[in-house]
Structure formats: C-alpha cells, structure tokens
Design a protein around this ligand. Structure first.
Ligand code: AG3
Length: 279
C-alpha cells in the first residue's frame, strides 16, 4: 500500500511526497509534530501539517537564512535565533569562529527533543557551549532585550498558529530595540507566488519597512515549500545587504557551502518584477 503525505499549498493545490514510514507523531501544548521518512527527501519534520524541513533540501534554507547576513555584518558576535528548534540555523551559525554566543528562543521544547532524536543532521550543534536555549515565547522574550545583539534570525513557522506574533509590528519594533546600533534582522519571509501567501507576506513586509531604515528581500529556490519560490527579509540599521557585502572577506573564511556563494549573494537580491511590485 502506498502512503503519501500531502500539504495543501492552496485550497486547490496539493503537494505530495511518498512516505516509507511515520517515525513519530505527537500533539504538544502548541502544535502537532510529525516526523516522516521518505525516499526522495529523507526524513522530514511537519508542524500542524506544514513541511518545516526535509533532510534533502534543508541546506538551502539554513544556508540562506544564516550566511547572507553573516557575510554582510563585519563582526557578528552575539546572535539571537527566534524559533529554529530543529537546530539547522544554529548549526550554520556556529561554523563561524567569531560568533561568541547564540541564544535560541523556541516556544516548544518538544521540537528540540524530537529533532535531537530524529534529525541528527540539523540538530548537531545543541551541545556547543556557545549555544543557549530558552524555551519561551519569542514575542515575550524580545520585549526585555535592549541593544544586545548583532544579528537576530527569525526562523519561524508560517504567519498563522504559534508563529503569528512573529510577523507583527510590535515584534519588529522590539527586534529593532534588541539590536545594537549596526544590527541586522533576517526572517523567513514566505512565498510571493500564491495570492493568499503573497498577501500575508506583503503585509509583514510593510511592517518591517516601517521599523527599519534598510529593508530588502532576497530569494531562494526551496523545492518542498509552497511554490518552491521562497523569500527572506533582510532588515538593517546600518549595513546594506549588497553595497556592504565584502565577497573577499567572506571567501577568505573558507566555509564550504552547498548553495550559498558570493555571486549568489548579490543575485538573490534581484527580484522578479511581480515580486518587486509587491514590495
Ligand atoms: N521555517 C519555515 C517553514 C515554512 C514552510 N511553510 C510551509 N510549508 N507552508 C522552517 C524552519 C526550519 N528551521
């Protein structure tokens, strides 16, 4: 018997992956967590029916959400991750020797437990001494932060359910306050393609524009997310994502990446006309 996982990308579009096995399923205080094993994409984590990551394509998302801002900021030492309980963002960040501490604020501790058990490829940095985990609501945590971080990475779910508050004006304002005077915030910015997603994305983007002097959007191709065309938001107090990007400096670090590189850095900020029009 064939077993298939499907995510509804719109009420009229279904994305399906054949499943070998369901490895885990649980309803936590916050959401339903499922772990599946698939032939094409390896293991995958699904929250409330939405694919968060698969072993095969998570490198694209995690490299793009981390290396783009890390290559723009000249000396990022203190980083805050909101969400990111699977550990993929922390893994990429902790490859930088100059990073002194990473605070990870995940609302649902079970995401971390389950990732450590079933997703060793992403959850491989939880024992790094520079990583500090807080199991709290990021929306509340950020209210009490002032002038502390060089970089904030918002590695959230979609703008409904537990992640909803992470797309609000209040949250972006508090991120601004939590950053040092040359700080950068990046967030996962949804897809511009399907109307309903594009609308939510556009609304969130307008809020970021109002909160930060520099605000740009960059893109990547992520096969298992709706439409495959995914955006990230780059918001900053001082550094421009392209003009202040020093390719030589980043290349000199010698980090080996599978998706991100210096040419792609600049190219990812070039948007199709229909996306530019939404901004
Ligand atoms: N966070 C963004 C996932 C968005 C996917 N949306 C969807 N499938 N509808 C991913 C977390 C990885 N650290």
């Amino acid at each position: 018997m064939d077993l298939w996982f499907s995510e509804l990308h719109t009420p009229y579009v279904k994305f399906s992956i054949q499943i070998d096995k369901q490895l885990h399923s649980e309803q936590t205080e916050f959401q339903r967590i499922d772990i599946f094993e698939s032939k094409e994409f390896g293991r995958m984590m699904v929250l409330d029916g939405y694919v968060m990551l698969t072993e095969k394509d998570e490198f694209i998302y995690h490299e793009m959400i981390v290396h783009v801002p890390m290559a723009v900021h000249p000396n990022p030492k203190r980083v805050l991750i909101i969400g990111g309980g699977d550990g993929g963002t922390a893994r990429e960040l902790l490859r930088y020797k100059n990073v002194e501490s990473v605070d990870l604020v995940e609302i649902d501790e079970r995401v971390v437990d389950i990732s450590r058990k079933y997703l060793p490829q992403t959850a491989c940095s939880f024992d790094d001494e520079r990583l500090h985990c807080y199991f709290e609501d990021g929306l509340k945590f950020i209210r009490h932060c002032n002038n502390e971080y060089d970089l904030i990475i918002v590695d959230s779910t979609d703008p409904f359910g537990p992640g909803e508050g992470l797309f609000t004006k209040e949250f972006y304002g508090n991120c601004y306050k939590a950053l040092k005077e040359d700080g950068i915030m990046v967030n996962q910015h949804e897809s511009p393609f399907y109307d309903e997603d594009a609308f939510a994305m556009q609304r969130a983007h307008q809020r970021i524009v109002k909160s930060f002097p520099i605000s740009r959007v960059y893109q990547a191709h992520i096969p298992t997310y709706p439409s495959g065309h995914w955006l990230f938001g780059f918001a900053s107090k001082k550094y421009h994502p392209v003009l202040d990007f020093d390719a030589k400096r980043w290349n000199a670090l010698g980090l080996k990446t599978r998706y991100y590189n210096a040419n792609l850095h600049n190219a990812s900020f070039a948007l199709p006309n229909y996306v530019e029009e939404l901004m």
